[in-house]
Design a protein around this ligand. Structure first.
Ligand SMILES: *Cc1c(COP(=O)(O)O)cnc(C)c1O
Length: 366
């Protein structure tokens, strides 16, 4: 029986192999490997794609979040409202600047941060809200932005999973004060290594991040602030420039697979997450819920279908966050999601026949 991988990264890169090789040759021949024309052009092209005034390339998605928080001057003593249900990077960024992540439960229907629950988590120390566009579907930004405006909070969006997604007809990239992106290989826009960026309409914030990513230095050997080495590589920028023009088509194929799943599974004994009418998801992941998730995953594996769990343990129950004293039961909606979610195969090289095979297997096993 042939195997259906969860995400076929080799096949995804193979489509672009010729152009990726030319981009590599161009960088090789240039003799310039850090902060050159490739990074500058990628920043211009990605800002234009997102409809944002500014883009600043950085080393990875976690650094994009950390540098964004630093640029917003969030630090020790401050609290940041974060989703309980997210990849731990969202929380780690807050911890790395010395601030405290304060979790907010998701809506069980979308798995994304529930704006109705923000008010209960607010304290005099709250400085920012950090919504995550989880699984590729934009969080409900309008009420989040309204809440932030009413309480003088900054909004930093974690868009690591949502390249190309739209909220109320506009691509993500400049709804909040600043938006953090990851180009980790498995993301919708993936490099061939680590890479990340921020986008924003605020030239002052972009300028601070340009400073922070490069040792706090605008001029060589003149250091204005305690910065980092978190630059986007020339090589990764060149490779990302090859892939960016294909992002919409690749997301389009993901949407076709998602539609096939949604239609095919509507009568199956699994729970589908809500697809909100206000947005177009980037379909980074296709996540279902099932009360006997592990048994379902095993049955699919026995049929050659690979699945994954995003994520098995929520941040507040990780040893890294034992110091927050949030015991089992502290975030019941988040914890139920983590016990029940299962991510089905999803990617731009999948076919509708592949999706039908998954659907049929779920009807047999669930
Ligand atoms: C991938 C991811 C990150 C981190 O990106 P890296 O480039 O791996 O550092 C942050 N937040 C979310 C939600 C992610 O999925």
């Amino acid at each position: 029986m042939n195997k259906l991988p969860f995400l076929d990264l080799q096949a995804i890169q193979q489509v672009h192999a010729g152009s990726l090789r030319s981009a590599f040759e161009r960088v090789l021949a240039s003799g310039w490997y850090i902060l050159g024309d490739e990074v500058r052009h990628f920043e211009e092209e990605y800002a234009a794609y997102c409809g944002a005034r500014e883009c600043v390339g950085v080393a990875n998605g976690l650094d994009a979040l950390v540098l964004a928080l630093r640029a917003l001057e969030i630090g020790p003593g401050d609290e940041v409202l974060v989703p309980g249900n997210t990849y731990i990077a969202t929380w780690l960024a807050v911890s790395h600047v010395g601030a405290t992540p304060v979790p907010v439960e998701p809506s069980g229907n979308t798995a994304n941060l529930d704006p109705e629950r923000l008010a209960a988590a607010l304290t005099p120390r709250t400085r920012a809200v950090l919504p995550v566009h989880l699984y590729g579907q934009p969080a409900d930004l309008e009420p989040i932005l309204a809440f932030a405006a009413a309480h003088g909070l900054k909004v930093l969006e974690d868009a690591a999973q949502a390249h190309g997604a739209t909220y109320r007809g506009r691509r993500l990239g400049a709804h909040g004060d600043i938006v953090a992106w990851s180009f980790y290989p498995g993301k919708n826009l993936g490099a061939l290594g680590d890479a990340g960026a921020i986008t924003t309409n605020d030239a002052g914030l972009a300028d601070r991040i340009r400073l922070l990513r490069n040792y706090g230095s605008r001029r060589k050997y003149h250091n204005e602030v305690v910065g980092y080495n978190s630059r986007l590589d020339e090589l990764q920028a060149a490779l990302l420039r090859v892939k960016l023009p294909h992002l919409d088509a690749e997301n389009g194929q993901r949407a076709i697979i998602a539609r096939r799943y949604l239609d095919g599974l509507s009568g199956a004994p699994v729970q589908l997450l809500e697809v909100a009418a206000r947005c177009e998801s980037a379909w980074h992941l296709f996540v279902i819920r099932h009360p006997r998730r592990d048994a379902l995953a095993s049955a699919l594996a026995a049929r050659g279908i690979a699945t994954m769990i995003h994520y098995p343990v929520p941040p507040h129950l990780q040893p890294a966050y034992a110091h927050l004293n949030l015991p089992v039961g502290a975030l019941p909606i988040t914890e139920a999601l983590h016990q029940q979610v299962l991510s089905l195969p999803m990617g731009p090289t999948m076919t509708v026949e592949d999706a039908d095979r998954v659907v049929d297997a779920i009807h047999e096993c669930a």
